[in-house]
Design a protein around this ligand. Structure first.
Ligand code: PLP
Length: 356
């Protein structure tokens, strides 16, 4: 019999997971109604449950994490306002420029290690209330921080920044696409993180393994307003409980198991760390491993291509950085194998470069 080509070990993102048969069954059996009339029972249960989990008055199902963040930015601001965010933030780097295009605000990037900044960075960025200046209005935090390698804000550090932001009269939004990972990594309850902020967005289509869906949460008034914007952005959907059922399933089954993904990320990082001339620039706090190749003179694109040829998929982050993300569809054995393959591929490319 011809040997079947092995499926690649896909570590490009935790968004590549397939819904499990049990999750699909929950979706198929979901009770649904027209959610534009607020009559989808599954979505209503999901929104109530997530509001409860996050300790907020109300919650709203949205099509994607980007839509969730953008609705929150839009709801907190008026055109011309300024929004403070880490220079590596998702809202600044990976949302198609939509904060400028759709909310008409300007983003003010702040520097800092690990996707985090200090209270003083907020104070220093506040603009005087004068006609020359944009109005400083909102600060956006991200936990875990994607571009900084899944790093986690500790509760005290986040609290210090939020207190300073409040002192300066700013609202605070939390991009919590992977807040589940921060919670599992630290044991800090979800509602303890969320109590600090005015609005939060969480994703179900990352580590939790649902095919589609995010939820935003905040005060009754905030969510009421965000609902108007959701309609404007084309995000009000009809019998969307088929998707909500997958999210509910993921809350019941897929939160605690994120610890496995975190262990697997450590396993991979430990294997890659010992390859000469490469480094892992951030602490591996959750399910993301960033690999820096600059010292070895390798390009991210070349490494990603060479890895793919050997059956390991990873993603280029910039010219010299490659990202690996662990998730529920790769087990420990596959991650260990990916580590061996990556170590050997990168080692080989380095040798070729040195010999040239
Ligand atoms: C994935 C992600 C989002 C949402 O992106 P989508 O493409 O809408 O899934 C938002 N914020 C962060 C930090 C993310 O990693």
């Amino acid at each position: 019999m011809p040997k079947k080509t092995a499926r690649p070990i896909d570590l490009r993102s935790d968004t590549v997971t397939q819904p499990s048969p049990q999750m699909r069954k929950a979706m198929a059996e979901a009770l649904v109604g027209d959610d534009v009339y607020s009559e989808d029972p599954t979505i209503n249960i999901l929104q109530e449950r997530v509001a409860g989990l996050l300790g907020k008055e109300a919650a709203l199902f949205v099509a994607s994490g980007v839509m969730g963040n953008q609705l929150c930015v839009r709801t907190h601001t008026r055109p011309g306002d300024e929004v403070l965010i880490h220079e590596g933030g998702h809202i600044l780097n990976y949302e198609g420029g939509s904060a400028a295009a759709l909310a008409g605000i300007q983003l003010r990037p702040l520097p800092g290690e690990g996707g985090q900044f200090e209270p003083k960075d907020v104070t220093d960025a506040i603009r005087p209330a004068q006609e020359h200046f944009a109005r400083s209005r909102l600060v956006c935090l991200e936990n875990t921080h994607n571009r900084a390698g899944g790093t986690v804000w500790s509760l005290p550090r986040m609290r210090a920044v939020v207190e300073e932001a409040r002192e300066c009269g700013l609202a605070v939004h939390l991009d919590g696409a992977r807040l589940w990972n921060a919670h599992v990594a630290t044991g800090v309850p979800l509602n303890a993180y969320c109590a600090l902020v005015d609005s939060v967005s969480v994703c179900f289509s990352k580590g939790l393994g649902a095919p589609v869906g995010s939820v935003i949460a905040g005060s009754e008034e905030f969510i009421h307003e965000a609902r108007f914007h959701r309609k404007k952005y084309g995000g009000a959907m009809r019998q969307v409980g088929v998707l909500g059922a997958a999210c509910l399933y993921s809350l019941d089954h897929n939160i605690e198991r994120l610890a496995d993904d975190h262990r697997n990320a450590h396993l991979l990082a430990d294997r890659l760390r010992v390859v000469e001339g490469v480094s892992i620039p951030h602490p591996v706090d959750s399910n993301i491993v960033m690999l820096e190749l600059a010292d070895r003179g390798l390009s991210a694109a070349d490494v990603v291509q060479a890895l793919a040829a050997k059956g390991v998929l990873a993603g280029p982050v910039d010219r010299t950085r490659v990202r690996f993300v662990t998730h529920m569809d790769v087990d420990q054995g596959q991650v260990a194998r990916a580590g061996e393959i990556a170590a050997s591929v990168i080692g080989g490319l380095g040798a070729a470069a040195a010999g040239a």
